[in-house]
Every structure is written in structure tokens, then in C-alpha cells.
Ligand binder design. Structure first.
Ligand code: PLP
Length: 340
């Protein structure tokens, strides 16, 4: 990737002249089965641009999961920056929302004198907060049909859509067929240093491009970032299956450690959530600190819950090392500064 960055052909992308960005965008549009695509700096900006483009009229409301990344982890940007009102629907354990609950959340236009106007439904695939679980094409189609029936648009936060595609054995373009817009991060499991791509119709992407500039996401010689993203697409999609396998080994190992619990059904891709059982003499914050001192980065996800993520640079022996660190920490044999 570093070599690709060094030799990337570049030009001014704000003016639409960077050939490497154009190559990446054309390739991503094809992969996602949409007319056009746009490279942006992050998944957060990509979602913000998509929601704001669909909800350009003030007083718009978006229906999204109560545990969606857009709702919880993006600083409420759709509201604070975009003035878009969120209406949450409960996320099921598998990351879906019940279709009848989505339909019930759609505002009745007959009462627009009081209600905001529903304009958009958002899904997330894979669903991060559910442990990286995958949303099927059939479910997405049903939400797409519902959106159409009510004159709404459908956006998919596909930060990890390639993981979902590999885990389900369904091409990305099929998974997002019903969506009017989709985002895909190149910097997560695919391992590029920076960047997310938005895909949609030509007219949607033209509007999104203007908003990207407004938000400060228009970049000049951006080919240096698109070149490693192209390498990621060439070389790293095929590694995702291995990541999922390593996540399963990790989850099975965690389940064997007394005091920990993993819901194996939730481990469909590269994310592993585990619970520290009540009565254990360790907390998630303490465990994270001990692991960090031993070179393992984990994330606390709430009281007695932790998250681990596997990527292609984590080997199977790294997984075994992680398990032995966690085993020792939970048994009280591993302090922050020693006990390796
Ligand atoms: C599902 C999902 N969407 C969007 C994002 C935001 O991506 P970024 O960190 O590039 O802003 C993340 C980040 O973890 C995510 O998990």
C-alpha cells in the first residue's frame, strides 16, 4: 500500500481530475451495482452526507435502529449539523428491525401540521453493535419495498458490507440492491489507511459531492489515499473469510474461560463481543488495561461487556496469545506490568 501511495497518479480531485480517485470510484460503483460512487474521508462523513442528501428539506425525519452506528456513535451529526430528526426503532439481536415496527414509525402525512416528515430508512450491514451480524438480501429487499410503498429512500451503512458479503456468500451488489445509497469503508477489515466510498445514482452522487465539499471533505491530490484502497480491494477481500474463522476460534476459546461468556450465534464476521459474568473479580475497564499492557487492544462496550475485532494482520497465534492473556487476567495471574 505504501508503494502504491508513492507511485499513485494524482491531480486535483475537488475539480474532478484525479485519475486514481476516478478509478477507485468506478470500481466501487461496479462492485456495489450502482451508477456512481464517491470517495470520502470516513464512514461518519459518508453517512452524514447520505442522510443529508436524502433529507435536504428541513423538518425531515429518518428511521433508524436504536443501536445503529449513525444514532449512537456519530455525535448526533445528522441532527447537530443537518437538522434531521431521528426516529429510532428497536434493533433486534441480529441487527434487524421488525418490519411492522418500521412501518408503524413512518409518520402519517395527513398530520404534517405537527409531525416531521419521514424521508429515509437506514439499515446497517454488518450490524456493529450486534457483534457484526449480517443482514440478508431478502430482509433488505422487504425494507426496500416498504420504503417504496411510502415514497421513502433506503440508505445502508455498509461500513463492513464486504464482511457481510463474504459471510453470507452473497455479492455486495445483491445485498444493497434495494438501497438508494450505500457506504462501504475501506479502512476497516479491508485494511486501507483511510477512506469510505458512497455509491448511488448519478444524480445522488452529484448532490453528495457538493455536500462533501461543504463539509470539508473535498481533497485535492487524493489519489495517494485511493491507491492503497485499490490495493485493499485487490488483495484483502479474499482474506476476510480467514478473519471470520479466527474470530470463531477466539470466541470458542473465550467461552471456555471460566467467568466469560460469548453468544456464539452473534459471531458471524470479524467482531467478538463477550460478557464478564457477574461475580467475577474483574471489570471490563480493568481487563482492557491489563490486556493493553500486554499488547492486546480491546474495547469496553458497556458494563461487563467487551469487544475484540480480528483483522488480517492478526494471526492464529495472536489469537491464542490473546486467549492466554485473557485467561491469566481473569484468573488473577496477570498484572498490568508483568506475568507474561
Ligand atoms: C457500522 C459503522 N458505520 C460507520 C462507522 C464510522 O466509520 P469511521 O470510523 O470511518 O468514521 C463505523 C466505525 O466503526 C461503523 O462501525
Amino acid at each position: 500500500m505504501r508503494a502504491a501511495m508513492a507511485s499513485a497518479e494524482v491531480d486535483d480531485d475537488v475539480l474532478g481530475n484525479d485519475p486514481t480517485a476516478a478509478r477507485l470510484e468506478t470500481k466501487m460503483a461496479r462492485i456495489m451495482g450502482k451508477e456512481a460512487a464517491l470517495f470520502v474521508p470516513s464512514g461518519t462523513m459518508a453517512n452524514l452526507i447520505c442522510v443529508l442528501t436524502h433529507c435536504a428539506i428541513r423538518g425531515s425525519e429518518v428511521i433508524l435502529g436504536d443501536y445503529s452506528h449513525i444514532h449512537i456513535y456519530e455525535n448526533g451529526g445528522i441532527s447537530t449539523i443537518g437538522g434531521v430528526h431521528p426516529r429510532t426503532v428497536k434493533n433486534n439481536e441480529d441487527g434487524t428491525m421488525d418490519i411492522d415496527l418500521i412501518e408503524a414509525a413512518i409518520r402519517d402525512p395527513a398530520f404534517e401540521i405537527c409531525y416531521p416528515t419521514t424521508r429515509l430508512i437506514c439499515l446497517e450491514n454488518s450490524h456493529a453493535h450486534s457483534g457484526g451480524r449480517c443482514i440478508s438480501a431478502e430482509y433488505t429487499d422487504k425494507v426496500g419495498e416498504l420504503a417504496k410503498k411510502h415514497g421513502l429512500k433506503l440508505h445502508i451503512d455498509g461500513a463492513r458490507i464486504f464482511n457481510a458479503s463474504v459471510a453470507l456468500g452473497v455479492p455486495v451488489h445483491r445485498l444493497v440492491q434495494a438501497a438508494d445509497s450505500v457506504t462501504a469503508c475501506l479502512s476497516k477489515g479491508l485494511g486501507a489507511p483511510v477512506g469510505t466510498v458512497i455509491a448511488g445514482s448519478k444524480s445522488f452522487i452529484a448532490q453528495a459531492k457538493i455536500l462533501r465539499k461543504t463539509l470539508g471533505g473535498g481533497m485535492r491530490q487524493v489519489g495517494v489515499l485511493c491507491a492503497p484502497a485499490l490495493v485493499a480491494l485487490e488483495e484483502n477481500i479474499s482474506k476476510l473469510e480467514d478473519d471470520h474463522q479466527k474470530a470463531k476460534i477466539l470466541a470458542e476459546g473465550l467461552n471456555k474461560i471460566k467467568g466469560l461468556k460469548v453468544d456464539m450465534a452473534s459471531v458471524e464476521t470479524n467482531i467478538v463481543y463477550f460478557d464478564i459474568l457477574e461475580g467475577s473479580n474483574i471489570t471490563e475497564t480493568h481487563l482492557c488495561k491489563i490486556l493493553e499492557a500486554h499488547g492486546v487492544l480491546a474495547m469496553p462496550e458497556g458494563p461487563l461487556t467487551m469487544r475484540l475485532v480480528v483483522h488480517h494482520q492478526i494471526s492464529e497465534s495472536d489469537v491464542q496469545y490473546t486467549l492466554s492473556c485473557i485467561q491469566k487476567a481473569v484468573s488473577g495471574f496477570l498484572g498490568e506490568n508483568g506475568g507474561k
